[in-house]
Design a protein around this ligand. Sequence first.
Ligand code: GRF
Length: 227
Amino acid sequence: MSRRRAAIVISGRGSNMSSLLSAAAAAEFPARFVVVISNRPDAAGLRHAAAVGVATEVVNHNRFSDRAGFEAELDARLRAHDVELVCLAGFMRLLTAPFVESWRDRLLNIHPSLLPAFPGLDTHARALAAGVRFAGCTVHLVRPEMDSGPIVAQAVVPILPRDDEASLAARVLLAEHRLYPFAVRLIADGSATLVGDRIVYGAGQSFPEPALLSPTPASPSLAYRCG
Ligand code: GRF
């Protein structure tokens, strides 16, 4: 199997980056991360990537007078590493349509909500304020409109009665760490493909059947399952 050359683009902590790098440490993972690029020189994720032997680069957005200049440099670095797939992982800059279109269907993002609900920032606070009973995360192909694009995979977590922003963010983040490698695998090995503007899955893919209820019914026989 030839593993697809991939990049990760970050701005900060890089915990999703770390989960991708860990998954790709397995020889059978269908993608190989050849570079991690940060727009911030102080991103903590850069140190971790270097420590596990992955090439790192900084394209500092502050050094460019406009977005076009920054994106041209980012694009040049990605192409210099000959990557086929780019994973945004906590990358905190908006990308313009020309950049997004030039990487169309090869650019993935993870967002900490069940898109199309709660795009943008402060997703957990907004989910709590809205009183929704489930939160989660989404990996999607990137389109020019913020946090939009064909959904590759989602993970759902319950919102518990005593949750605050921090506890909910922590629960969602654990799900993110499982979801992103799973989604990259689906794309990289071809078991998820784009038909029109929706993702479809190959025959080998299995799906969870039972419904998840929140709050959990008191009866143990109904707990977490219905139908
Ligand atoms: C994650 O919640 C991700 O979904 C969002 O930004 C956060 C980045 O965290 N886009 P990390 O840098 O991966 O730890």
